[in-house]
Design a protein around this ligand. Structure first.
Ligand code: GDG
Length: 463
């Protein structure tokens, strides 16, 4: 089997305890093939440092970690700027939050060029290269420009927006053409794949190839672009659920909230996750159904992320005042309706939090997949499971049909569904959970990795 080379903005040592399911799953193949993970080290190079001539190499068991530092200017324009102030909002349909500063695009291109230049000398002719996410869309084009002919695949972890949203990005076509330097582009959902298909045909003039599903031609290049919905490592997560920390967390929460019905939200504090909408729906529940007062309790864990981007500071403020107002209006000496935690909880404790709750509220306004929804299912006790309330705008909604589906913009409707979830009889909870568990087992992270890599391995190397 060819050696696998994974490229992503940040690298993770899959053996570290904090490594999540994705790192572990990729780590398995990296170990098996003696592979390499290449990306940013997370460090900013000192202002007076000489330009980096080669990547920093570390060995992690059979695999290699190769990392590159960024300068402050590269970090600001490539990472904070173009990636997180342009591509992230636009791909989540939020043109209103995008800042199309021309300097960002230049920095984004420069870092992709730098990654390519430092990666190329490390590549072997029969490597399979798998690039991850929106930070690195032009990477294959830069590698091809340097003469790389290896098979290169790309996976987009976030949504691909509708044609006319993508078309609003200045010079979008120049960026999007670089998708054709990959052999396979993986998207999260069928909805994304439809958007991609329409975009490349209408805006770039690509042709869908007759008789070959999801395959497009642009000039000399052909590309397979389809949905490969990412999953979780269900067994790893179940093991975590039975670990000491998770069991302890679950017991503590159950003790503390024994007279309450617990609703849980776990997200990065990101505007795509719909957290304020969700908190408003919870307020609506208390307003419309007085019998829920003194009982239903929302615990929202919102882990800090990208705090130097303005939109993130705004949402933090909005959320703090919203939670404070609800507690002021409805709380009493014995019961606080909303507990909002703006901190990162240790990964080993997260399954205990999921398991202690009656309802998991996963209501993003837009999400590529949303792994929290899948983790929530994996962490439940099959004999007495909690209910998943899921936004129809999460990629996961295409698979998790037995969840209670909501439109997170519809605050009253979400409150109604939340009430239904809190009152769902045991037998219905069990039946829904059993089907959901089966679904996340069938299409888990190993299935995802293997189907993507099989598709990539079966493409002809670039001529
Ligand atoms: C992107 C796409 C896509 C959350 N809070 C804490 C914590 N988490 C963990 C969860 C879960 C992960 O973070 C979040 O994953 P999501 O999939 O929900 O969302 P994004 O981070 O936005 O990821 C998304 C994903 O890529 C994969 O392709 O599904 O659509 O946006 O694992 O458990 N972990 C810890 N403490 C916390 O407080 N330790």
């Amino acid at each position: 089997m060819s050696r696998l080379v994974v490229v992503s903005n940040r690298t993770t040592d899959p053996r570290k305890p904090a490594a999540g399911g994705l790192a572990v799953a990729l780590g398995e193949t990296l170990d098996r093939t003696g592979g390499m993970w290449f990306g940013w080290s997370g460090a900013i190079a000192p202002a007076d440092a000489a330009p980096q001539a080669e990547a920093e190499i570390q060995h992690a068991g059979p695999m290699t970690l190769a990392t590159v530092d960024l300068t402050q200017d590269e970090h600001d324009s490539y990472y904070l700027g173009y990636s997180n102030n342009v591509l992230w909002p636009v791909f989540h349909y939020r043109l209103d939050l995008a800042n199309f500063d021309a300097g960002y695009l230049e920095g984004y291109r420069r870092v992709n060029k730098k990654f390519a230049a430092l990666l190329k000398p490390l590549l072997r002719p029969d490597d399979i290269v798998w690039v991850h996410d929106y930070h690195l869309i032009p990477l294959a084009a830069e590698l091809r420009a340097l003469g790389c002919r290896q098979r290169i695949g790309f996976f987009l972890h976030i949504p691909f927006p509708p044609q006319l949203i993508m078309a609003a990005v200045p010079r979008h076509d120049r960026l999007a053409r670089t998708f054709f330097d990959y052999d396979v582009v993986g998207l999260q959902s069928e909805a994304d794949s439809v958007h991609f298909s329409r975009y490349v045909q209408s805006e770039l003039g690509a042709d869908a190839i007759d008789g070959q599903a999801d395959t497009y031609r642009l000039g000399e290049r052909t590309l397979l672009a389809k949905a490969f919905p990412i999953g979780i490592d269900v067994d790893e997560f179940a093991a975590l659920t039975h670990g000491k920390e998770a069991v302890e967390t679950c017991a503590t929460m159950r003790r503390e909230y024994q007279e309450r019905r617990l609703v849980i939200g776990v997200d990065r504090l990101d505007y795509s996750k719909g957290i304020p909408h969700r908190v408003r729906a919870f307020r609506e529940l208390l307003k419309d159904y007085p019998e829920m007062r003194g009982s239903a309790t929302l615990v929202q864990i919102a882990s800090p992320t990208r705090e130097t981007v303005d939109a993130y500071a705004d949402i933090r403020q909005e959320l703090e005042s919203l939670c404070g107002a609800i507690n002021g209006d409805y709380g009493d000496l014995a019961w606080m309706p909303v507990r909002y935690i703006h901190r990162t909880v240790a990964r080993k404790r997260i399954p205990g939090v999921y398991r202690a709750s009656r309802v998991g509220l996963v209501t993003p306004l837009r999400d590529g997949m949303n792994l929290v929804a899948k983790e929530y299912i994996a962490a439940q006790d099959p004999g007495d499971p909690g209910v998943l309330v899921l936004s129809r705008f999460a990629g996961a909604s295409e698979q998790l049909k037995e969840a209670l589906m909501v439109n997170p913009y519809d605050i009253i409707g979400t409150a109604e569904v939340l009430k239904r979830a809190l009152e769902m009889p045991l037998e219905e909870r069990r039946q829904r959970h059993q089907k959901l568990l089966q679904r996340i087992r069938e299409q888990d992270v190993h299935w995802w990795r293997e189907t993507f890599l099989d598709a990539l391995a079966s493409r002809e190397p670039a001529g």
